[in-house]
Structure formats: structure tokens, C-alpha cells
Ligand binder design. Structure first.
Ligand code: NAD
Length: 370
């Protein structure tokens, strides 16, 4: 019987509320399948600042390193807006990504048929949408040095962020994109700004070389990141796998999220290099939404993105594709039955809170395997 060691990091705001519904799904699968889940819970983000004065303790990082997978909630909120930049809540999450070298961020943007009307785009543009956005996560503008604000002699301030990529950083993310495309529609779009950025020129060259050398069977298209933003709302179904750097990936994946109806619907996985012995990468799974301070504590948050993130953990870290499919089908089924949290509410549907949505999904899983 396979045992999976999961570290749960619910974080701040709605994080603990949506994580409670993942607990429910884990308990269900623990009872109904041969797999055993061992879970431990740790602090990260504002809650850790409150208790330990730091967004991530070394002990919590060590547990993250040892876990088969980290299931993450969300961090941050106005309460910690004034803490020093280096120890802000997000620094805890960034440290885990960096220390575990989680360089590949997978963000599926899927439009469930039952939610096609909830998208800001027309039904025919988004119905059946299934894009996988792959964002480079440990390099580029968010990590490049120098990164500073200095005061000049004339009293003005000068702020600098540096965008930097090396050949090997681009090669490894390109390979992940092509490998994923081989299991899907065999098409990759690579987005950059080669017309104005040197990193864009190198990105384009390296992706082209990896493609030519190792993946001639996959279709490759290059697209400027700004044109890509436009095409995502004009004709989103033309995309299969879309690979981009850290900064553009951050924006394009949030844009794609809205195609699917709500931030509350979308999961993500951040993967490192596969372990040479097991082939399984270090990994962190999290919804793409933040801590939603505006609705925290009200029991109304949509838990689907968090539950679907756990589904991705089953697929990529636990070798449990069948159970991952079960979760996806149960989410689709629950939506078909009319269950809606406030963020995806539509006329004549059944409005429910976080707990009822989690319960309905587990009930649908039970029905599907009966
Ligand atoms: P957000 O994603 O928290 O919220 C944006 C909007 O979407 C809000 O109106 C919110 O109520 C709604 N929303 C988000 N998730 C939802 C869900 N599951 N169900 C229903 N509605 C949902 O983004 P924000 O408001 O820009 O940021 C709030 C805090 O979260 C900030 O401190 C930010 O730094 C942090 N943040 C953290 C992460 C992370 O932990 N990875 C990501 C993004 C933002």
C-alpha cells in the first residue's frame, strides 16, 4: 500500500477555509482507496510572522523538503502590509519555491461546460477550453539582481528590477512544455518580448533549438507576449501549452483564469526536476488565487481551486491519475447539479458556502465510484 506524506500549509485569509475541504477529500480517499495519506500541517505566511516573527521557519522548510508534496493555501493580507519587505508573507512561499527549485509552474485554464456562461467571454469562445500555461517560476524579473531602490545624489529615487535568464534555465522549462504537449494536443506556444528585451531574444533562440533538437514531433509557435494577451481573449482555444517567463506567465495565467469564470476555480502545480531514483519531482500545489481578505472568515470562498490543486498532487506526485480524474469529474458533476459558490453564482442555481461545496464534491465522488 503506497503511503504519501503530505505537508499542508493553509496560510492566511481563506487558505484555512478551503484547505479544510481538501482534508475532507483526503479523508474520503483514505477510506475508499488503498493509498494511505500521512498529513502534517505547518505555518507559512502572515500566520507564521505572528507566531515566529518570520514567514517561514527553518523547521517548516525542512518539513517541506521532506514531504512528497506540499499542499498550499494562500498567504498575505492587509494585516501584514507594513512588515519589512524581506519578511512579508509572500517571502515564505518564494523561499520554498527557490529552496526546492520549483521552476515549473503549471496552470491549467479549463472551462467546465456548466460554467461557460460565467466567463466574461461568449460561450462559443470558452466552452471546452483546456489550456495549460507553463510559467517559469524561479528566475526572471522577480529574482534577478540588482533589485533595489536607491536614493540618487539629486534626492530622486531610482528603482531597479533585473530580468535575467540563462540557457539552461530556458532549456529545462522548454523541455517541460514539450513533454506536457506530447501528452496533450502536441502544440506549444512560446511567448516573450524579443522585439524589446534581450532575455526575449535568448528565450526565443533556446526554445527553437530545444524544439529542433529534441521535439520535432511537437508543433511550436512563437508569439509576442502582448499579442498573446490579445489572442487569449480573441481566440483562446487556439492554445494548447503556452510557455512563458516568470513575469509574463504571472499575467497571462491570471488573464486565462478569468476565461474560466473565477480565480476560485483554478489550481496550479509547481514542480522541480524529477528525482533520479523515483522520477517524481519535488512539488507544491496551490490555487492561483490569493488569501481573499475581502471574504475571509465568512465561509463563502470557493474551495474548487484548492481541491483541484490536490487533484494535481495525486496526478503528478502520488501516481494516482485515476483518483485525480475522479476529483475532476466530481467537480464537473457538482457544477452540473447546480451547486455554486458566490463567485460563480448564476440565475436559478443553488448558492452554497465553502463547506457545502466540499461536501457536495465528496458526495459526487462517492456516487461516481459506487
Ligand atoms: P485574491 O486572489 O486574494 O482576490 C481577488 C478577488 O478574487 C477578491 O475579490 C476575492 O474575494 C476573489 N477570490 C479569490 N479567491 C477566491 C475564492 N476561492 N472564492 C471566491 N472568491 C475568491 O487577490 P488579491 O485581493 O489581489 O490579494 C489578496 C492577498 O493575497 C494579498 O495580500 C496578496 O499579496 C495575496 N496573494 C497571495 C497569493 C499566494 O498566496 N500565492 C497569490 C495572490 C495574492
Amino acid at each position: 500500500m503506497a503511503t504519501h506524506n503530505l505537508l499542508l500549509m493553509p496560510g492566511d485569509g481563506i487558505g484555512p477555509e478551503v484547505m479544510a475541504e481538501v482534508d475532507r477529500v483526503i479523508a474520503f480517499l483514505g477510506k475508499k482507496t488503498a493509498a494511505e495519506f500521512r498529513t502534517e500541517t505547518e505555518l507559512c505566511g502572515g500566520c507564521s510572522i505572528d507566531k515566529h516573527g518570520t514567514p517561514l521557519t527553518d523547521a517548516a522548510l525542512a518539513k517541506a523538503r521532506a514531504a512528497d508534496a506540499i499542499i498550499f493555501g494562500s498567504v498575505g493580507g492587509p494585516k501584514w502590509d507594513k512588515v519589512a519587505y524581506d519578511i512579508r508573507p509572500e517571502a515564505g512561499l518564494l523561499r520554498i519555491r527557490k529552496e526546492l527549485d520549483l521552476f515549473a509552474n503549471l496552470r491549467p485554464a479549463i472551462c467546465y461546460p456548466a460554467l461557460a456562461e460565467a466567463s466574461s467571454l461568449k460561450r462559443e469562445l470558452v466552452e471546452g477550453l483546456d489550456i495549460l500555461i507553463l510559467r517559469e517560476l524561479t528566475g526572471g524579473t522577480y529574482f534577478g539582481e540588482p533589485k533595489e531602490i536607491v536614493t540618487l545624489e539629486n534626492g530622486q529615487k531610482r528603482a531597479v528590477d533585473t530580468t535575467v535568464y540563462t540557457t539552461s534555465e530556458i532549456e529545462r522549462i522548454a523541455r517541460v512544455a514539450f513533454d506536457l504537449a506530447r501528452k496533450r494536443g502536441k502544440k506549444v506556444h512560446s511567448a516573450e518580448k524579443r522585439n524589446v528585451m534581450r532575455t526575449g531574444v535568448l528565450w526565443n533562440q533556446v526554445v527553437t533549438e530545444v524544439h529542433k533538437r529534441e521535439y520535432p514531433d511537437v508543433e511550436l509557435h512563437h508569439i509576442l507576449a502582448d499579442a498573446c494577451a490579445m489572442q487569449l481573449v480573441r481566440n483562446p482555444k487556439q492554445f494548447d501549452v503556452l510557455v512563458c517567463d516568470n513575469l509574463f506567465g504571472d499575467m497571462l495565467s491570471d488573464e486565462a483564469a478569468m476565461l474560466a469564470g473565477s480565480l476560485g476555480m483554478l489550481p496550479s502545480a509547481s514542480l522541480g526536476a524529477p528525482d533520479p531514483k523515483t522520477g517524481i519531482p519535488k512539488a507544491l500545489y496551490e490555487p492561483i488565487h490569493g488569501s481573499a481578505p475581502d471574504i475571509a472568515g465568512q465561509g463563502v470562498a470557493n474551495p474548487i481551486a484548492e481541491i483541484a490543486s490536490f487533484g494535481m498532487a495525486l496526478r503528478y506526485s502520488c501516481n494516482m491519475a485515476k483518483e485525480a480524474d475522479l476529483i475532476d469529474k466530481a467537480i464537473a458533476g457538482t457544477l452540473e447539479q447546480g451547486y455554486r459558490t458566490a463567485d460563480i453564482m448564476q440565475p436559478n442555481m443553488r448558492r452554497v458556502g465553502t463547506t457545502e461545496m466540499g461536501q457536495a464534491i465528496v458526495k459526487e465522488m462517492e456516487r461516481l465510484i459506487a
